[in-house]
Design a protein around this ligand. Structure first.
Ligand code: ARG
Length: 465
């Protein structure tokens, strides 16, 4: 053990031998927590200003720290910073470099705080910044869905249950179902942000500090809405990260459902849509292939986000108060969740409004599969039959259609009257696809008129977020 080695070690005075080289690398987090350099510097600057305000740092010391940290940030951003595993994490790397630059004053920065409250603060600042980038992307996806819903408000397609043709719906209505899911995701994220935006700084290692700190002032400088009420909870709480990952898991679950539909719809069997070429790839062996890679990949990425949620829940399970080194494991799942959400949203927000809907194909598909059978049953109820009886009559008509290869709307009046003499000429109004969708004309229904009204409400909602 060289002397120099010993001096490099954190809290070296306590130790009689230096850390094993493997253990040093094993316990370090600098490889991944350097991502939070900006927030670490931002937090340190605010902490230093607070220390100056309460008389712990004089004006010259504060100025040196602010200038020094500014230089550190420049070095990092210019790619000139020498990251060191010996300095373990982002907090120690920055503090060590600051002390190199400004000398002994650099060592005063850590007065009245600990890495425990520092890291908890950094993650919250980082996540708040990311949430503020994710929200506009969610909004952009919403805008794409609205554009498509408005454009395709009259477009008829089959609606499915059990993936079997059920009743005709409008394409716009289907897009607005996706819109509603994302809207709830936005609400979840906005709600999560409130709890992220709480400042733990001042909790110090676990019990608070003996210095006369002014936490409210630091919080104000950092734009935190509130400060944590309990120092033990402040340093150890990670449920805000779990909440964010839960938001992400639910969002990706929704996006995997869209993805599945886009993959099906763009297949040769459905042919409902064309995805623009720039979102697809070819096959290296089959020249005819155009693969919907983007939705497939997003569907696949859902798995890793679910994994991260389980990782974080398990990480926190049974941890005694307060900080434990286990918590260092919170970052990689959280960072990867952020990256996955941002990438998936960006791809979808670009792709969705560029989708081409093949109206003739969706119309033809809706005509197959007796999608207006329920309309005929409702029609017969209007003529005085009990619903169960009309259900029976329509079942016979459908069986006839299957045998003869005819849709209900293609059968002659005589044929239809063979199943029930109450059927009149007006039956064709309800048997057409247009009649069927137009009849579902109530709040939340699929009628084109209702879709356009829902588009109006959706646009108004977007103005509020
Ligand atoms: N790198 C650590 C983490 O991410 C910082 C806090 C370390 N605190 C400690 N007492 N070892 O959690």
């Amino acid at each position: 053990m060289s002397n120099q080695h010993n001096q490099e070690k954190l809290s070296s005075a306590r130790f009689s031998e230096s850390t094993d080289a493997f253990v040093e690398a094993f316990t370090a987090s600098i490889m991944f927590d350097k991502r939070m350099y900006k927030q670490d510097i931002q937090g340190s600057m605010a902490h230093a200003r607070m220390l100056n305000k309460v008389g712990i740092l004089n004006d010259k010391e504060l100025q040196d720290i602010i200038d020094g940290l500014g230089q550190v940030q420049q070095e990092i951003e210019a790619g000139d910073f020498n990251w060191s595993i010996k300095q373990e994490d982002i907090h120690m790397n920055i503090e060590a470099r600051l002390t190199d630059i400004i000398g002994i004053t650099g060592k005063k920065l850590h007065t009245g705080r600990s890495r425990n409250d520092q890291v908890a603060t950094d993650i919250r600042l980082y996540l708040r910044d990311e949430i503020d980038q994710i929200l506009p992307e969610l909004k952009r996806l919403q805008q794409g869905l609205i554009t498509l819903a408005e454009r395709e408000a009259q477009t008829i397609m089959p609606g499915f249950t059990h993936l079997q043709t059920a009743q005709p719906v409008t394409f716009g209505h289907h897009m607005l179902a996706w819109f509603e899911m994302i809207k709830r995701d936005i609400e979840r994220l906005q709600d999560c942000r409130k709890r992220v935006n709480t400042m733990p700084l001042g909790s110090a290692a676990l019990a608070g500090t003996t210095y006369p700190i002014d936490r409210h002032y630091t919080a104000e400088l950092l734009g935190f809405e509130r400060i944590s009420e309990n120092s033990l909870d402040g340093v150890s709480d990670r449920d805000f990260a779990i909440e964010f990952t839960h938001f992400a898991a639910t969002l990706l679950m929704h996006m995997s459902r869209f993805s599945e539909e886009l993959v099906l719809w763009s297949s040769a069997q459905f042919q409902f849509i064309d995805l623009p070429d720039r979102f697809c790839t070819g096959s290296s062996i089959m020249p005819q292939k155009k693969n919907p890679d983007v939705p497939e990949l997003v569907r696949g990425k859902t798995g890793r986000v679910y994994g991260h949620l389980i990782s974080l829940l398990t990480l926190m399970k049974s941890q005694p108060l307060a900080y434990n080194k286990d918590n260092q494991e919170d970052k990689e799942p959280l960072f990867d969740t952020v990256d996955t959400v941002k990438g998936s949203l960006r791809a979808f927000a670009d792709m969705v409004p560029a989708m081409i809907v093949k109206k003739e194909m969706t119309y033809e598909a809706a005509k197959r599969g007796f999608s207006t059978a329920t309309d005929l049953a409702d029609y017969l109820v209007g003529k005085g039959l009990a619903f169960r009886d009309s259900h029976e009559v329509v079942g016979l008509a459908v069986a006839h259609g299957i045998k003869t290869g005819q849709d209900l709307s293609e059968m002659s009046l005589e044929t239809l009257q063979g199943f029930c003499e109450k059927i009149g000429e007006d039956v064709y109004d309800v048997l057409t696809l247009e009649g069927s969708v137009a009849a579902r004309d109530h709040f939340g229904g699929t009628a084109p008129k209702q879709v356009l009204e829902a588009v109006g409400r959706a646009k108004a909602y977007l103005e509020t977020i």
